[in-house]
Design a protein around this ligand. Structure first.
Ligand SMILES: [Cu+2]
Length: 136
């Protein structure tokens, strides 16, 4: 009789164990879906990162590209790849851009946090002009 009782208890425990394991396996399909949803959410972040930094090349006494349209919050980096020194300076005296003199290889970065058009030029070579249009 004792063996039968023990056997019954073992069967019940095993049955409960199986019952507990199966529901754990079923919800695990849920987190898998959530994982892929998280992976999908990371894709736009990567796109944001790729547009968050734009480079303007200063070469042959010109800004390349000279005219840029960017989204607000975009960081623009100017790099002087010319043999001569240049500046990135707002045409408007109260404008935000004021790099100072950039010698060869030097960079200047500015993050545009306001919507609008921002014209700039090189104070050393005033014929060098560029513009940034910042949109929503
Ligand atoms: Cu210049």
């Amino acid at each position: 009789m004792t063996k039968k009782i023990i056997a019954t208890i073992v069967v019940i425990i095993v049955g409960i164990g199986i019952y507990l394991i199966i529901p754990k396996n079923l919800p695990s399909a849920g987190p898998t879906v959530q994982d892929s949803a998280i992976k999908g959410a990371q894709l736009p972040q990567t796109e944001t990162a790729s547009t968050s930094g734009i480079t303007v090349d200063i070469k042959n006494f010109s800004f390349n590209p000279g005219a840029l349209t960017i989204k607000v919050g975009t960081k623009v980096t100017w790099t002087n790849n010319d043999s001569a020194p240049h500046t990135v300076t707002s045409s408007n005296t109260d404008g935000p851009l004021n790099s100072g003199t950039l010698t060869t290889g030097k960079s200047f970065s500015f993050t545009f946090s306001e919507i609008g058009s921002f014209d700039y030029y090189c104070t050393i070579h005033p014929m060098m002009k560029g513009s940034i249009k910042v949109t929503e």
